[in-house]
Structure formats: C-alpha cells, structure tokens
Design a protein around this ligand. Structure first.
Ligand code: ARG
Length: 461
C-alpha cells in the first residue's frame, strides 16, 4: 500500500505521495514569498472576522494572532526555510503556525480559500506599491518642472520627422513630458481605486456559509470597498493588468524621453551632457561617454510590454473562476513593479544633473529655415492667401540655399524681390525668438504661455 501523503495540508483525499517533480512544478513559494507580510496581515484580519462570527473564541484568536506574529518574525529574519515542499506562501505560513499553536492553526482556514486569500494578498501588495510609484512619479514631475524653469528661455529647434521644424522653447519641450506623466499619474490613480476592493470572504468561488463581516475585514485591512461578486472576486486580475498597462504607457513615455536624451547627447547634436555620475565608459575606447541609463530605460520598456502581454494572454482563455494558470500572474507583476521603481528612481537625479548646452541649441535653430512659416504668415497677415504665401516663401528658401544664406542674412531688397509686401520688420519676424514668442495661442510655445503653464502647475501643487 502506498503511504498516505502526510506532508500536504490538502492531502486528505490522496493515498499516494506527490511526485517531487510535481512539487517543484507546482510551487510558487520562490516568488510569492514576497507576499508574506500581506498574507499575515490578511490572516490576522480573517482571524478577527472568525472571532466576530463566533467561530473562534477570544483566546483562540489571540493565540492564532501571536502565532502569526512569530511566523512573521521568523520569515523576516530568514529563519523559516521557504522551500518548494511548502508549495506557496499561504501553506508555508499555515504549516508553521500549526507547528507553533497546534491543531488550532487549522481553524484559521475556516471560511477561507487560498483563492480569496491570494487575491487579497496581491491587492494589499499592489496598493502599497502603486502608492510608492505615485510618490516617485511626483518627484520626477517636479524634476522636469525644475529643469524647465532653470532653462526657461533656452531656444531649441522643434522637430517633426526628426527634421528641424520650428523654434520652440526647451522648457516647452520638457513640459510636454510633464503632461504625459500627469496622464500616467491619472492612470495609476485609477488602477489604485480598482485595486482597493477586498475579495476576502469570497471563499473558493461561491462565498462563505459563515457569517463573515466582510466590511469589518475591509476596515481592518484599509480597503475602501468590498468586492460585489464572489466568482468575479477570485478570478479577477484586471486590477493587476491595469497597473501593468499604466506602467507600459509610462515606460513608453520615459523611453521616448530617453531616446531624445541619447540623440541630444551625441556630438552631432551636443544639446546636453549627462553627468559623469550617470554615464559609463567603454572598455576599449577611452574617449567614450555612454548614455547607458537612458538606453536601459528604453530597453526595459520592452520587458514591461512583455509583462503586459503575458498577463493578458494568461487570462484570455480562462473559464471562471480560479484556475492555476493565475499563479503565473505574480512574476510579471513583481517584475513590472521592480522595473518601474528602479527606472523612476534613477531618472530624477540623472535629469537634475544633466547639463544643458543652450548655445548649441540656439545655434541649431539658425540653420534649416525654421522660421520660413513665419515669413509665409507675414504675407498672410498682409492679406495674401496662405497657399500663395507658401509658394513665395518656398522660392525664398530655394534662393537662400543657392546663395548660401540664412533667412536672417537676407537684405530687404532681396525680400522685396519676391514680394512688395515685405517691409523692414520682416528681419525681426524671422528670428527664432520672435517666431516662438508669436505663438501665443493657449498651449503654444511663447514664453508668456510657458510661464502661465508653470504658474498653473505650481498652483496645482
Ligand atoms: N499559489 C496560488 C496562486 O498563486 C494560490 C492559490 C491556489 N489556489 C488553489 N485553488 N490551488 O495562485
């Protein structure tokens, strides 16, 4: 006769010992041990709910809670071996609790399943992490504002198709990232709201026959709401997917910024220099200073996208309610949290220490006829139809290229040879500063507008 399985907490209906291969394959403890603090918090709340329901006596509850505290201490001190035979963090905690308090430990799981337990743990964990990420994001946004303020009048070429297009303020360009990050913040805040709902009490899927006061549990655990449907509660991972999706969007924005920093740091552009503290050298070429950080941010964006795809794909074919596939949610989720935190942490000081080369930027606005639109607008203001004005200005540009001149170099006679409408003031109109300051529309790059936006940002705090 095969020996009855003695080790497993769920081993009652089994007559044979599980295969070692199964133990390894099935186990999630190597990664879900990260949730031990949340698991214990959830268990303490559940014990108190059981007490309120009259299932545990006051004494039993206290004994269980102090046992859980001991387990918590043991795990944080690395004294409890968390090996694959323990399967997952829930089993490891319960097994050790039972060693400490005896069969009473087995009462804790009354009215609870690992399905509502894990859903509770992840939500507790993620709520904290989203709050931390929101704080880091706030810091990064304030760094961007500082970089914009410190260089408020610095002029650079704005690009479309990576071709010089029109002069803009560098501060305006930087503040465009502020807007992106603000939308990211909104997305994380939305994800937090939907994470902030307690599934505990949903049991395996159908709810619990015991009189569990779910609202009492929510209050103890700091949840704003309780979930409405037990089947949904144990099989929903939307909140995690939403978080990873918001992270993917944030990474996309930070990757675009990184790409610009990498381009700007080239000798071809020379718009910025990253500080030595945030650059690396080459092992063979002594002259090199490499922008490894923005490159890694750009690279790490790929893994966050991958994590999002993993979670969406993992969930797409699952019938209700819980399926073991869902154990695969943790690594992509944890990896996303770690990646986003590390990226946000390093971006802020890197940007703060970055040197802006204002001369190089303004120099780059001199060539490339960036103010050609302004010359056309000049004619339009004198009632020439825009298409005609565009055509004439095109000819002026072609002429200047042939003569090796910039628009600012042209004499009034040269301007007038193309149209009698040009007067002396055209020379001022085609300067980069005049060009950008004329763009006073709300949200435009004029200094007055950028200053207004900065004031507003300061007010919003
Ligand atoms: N380790 C599992 C997970 O992460 C816990 C839930 C297990 N539930 C179950 N019915 N086997 O998803």
């Amino acid at each position: 006769m095969p020996k009855k399985n003695e080790k497993k907490l769920w081993g009652g209906r089994f007559s044979q010992k599980t295969s070692k291969l199964l133990d390894e394959f099935n186990a999630s403890i190597s990664f879900d041990k990260r949730l031990f603090g949340d698991d214990i918090k959830g268990s303490v709340a559940h014990a108190l709910v059981l007490e309120k329901a009259g299932i545990l006596s006051k004494q039993e509850t206290q004994k269980i809670i102090s046992g859980l505290m001991t387990v918590s201490k043991e795990i944080s001190r690395g004294k409890l071996p968390l090996t694959a035979d323990k399967e997952d963090i829930h089993m490891a905690v319960e097994a050790r609790l039972t060693e400490l308090v005896g069969p009473l430990g087995g009462k804790l799981h009354t009215g609870r399943s690992r399905n509502d337990q894990i859903a509770t743990d992840i939500r507790l964990y993620l709520k904290d992490e989203i709050k931390g990420i929101l704080t880091l994001l706030k810091t990064l946004k304030s760094v961007i504002v500082k970089v914009a303020e410190d260089n408020i009048e610095c002029i650079m070429p704005g690009y479309t198709h990576l071709q010089r297009a029109q002069p803009v303020l560098f501060s305006h360009h930087m503040l465009s990232y502020f807007e992106m990050l603000t939308r990211d913040e909104e997305r994380f805040t939305g994800a937090l709201t939907r994470t902030d709902r307690l599934p505990l009490g949903s049991g395996a899927l159908a709810g619990s026959p015991y009189k569990l006061d779910r609202k009492y549990a929510a209050k103890m655990l700091g949840f704003s709401e309780i979930t409405n449907n037990s089947i949904d509660a144990v099989s929903d991972r939307d909140f995690a997917i939403e978080f990873v999706s918001a992270s993917a969007m944030l990474m996309m924005h930070l990757s675009r910024l990184s790409e610009e920093l990498i381009i700007w740091a080239t000798s071809e552009f020379g718009f910025i220099e990253l500080s030595d503290a945030f650059s690396t050298g080459s092992s063979i070429m002594p002259q090199k200073k490499n922008p490894d950080i923005p490159e890694l941010v750009r690279g790490k964006t790929a893994r966050v996208y991958g994590n999002l795809m993993t979670l969406l794909t993992m969930m797409k074919g699952l019938p209700l309610a819980y399926n073991k596939d869902m154990q695969e949610d943790k690594e992509p989720l944890f990896d996303t949290v770690d990646t986003v935190k590390a990226v946000l942490e390093i971006m802020s000081p890197m940007l703060l220490e970055m040197k802006i080369n204002a001369e190089k930027m303004i120099e780059a606005t001199k060539e490339g006829f960036l103010t050609a639109t302004d010359a056309a607008d000049y004619l339009t203001a004198r009632e020439m139809p825009f298409r005609e004005a565009h055509e004439i200005t095109g000819k002026i540009v072609a002429y200047s290229i042939k003569e090796g001149k910039t628009l600012e170099d042209l004499t009034l006679d040269e301007w007038r040879s193309f149209s009698e409408l040009f007067d002396d003031d055209i020379k001022k109109v085609v300067t980069p500063r005049h060009s950008l300051n004329s763009r006073k529309v709300f949200g435009g790059t004029a200094l007055t507008e950028v200053k207004k936006r900065l004031k507003q940002i300061e007010k919003e705090g």
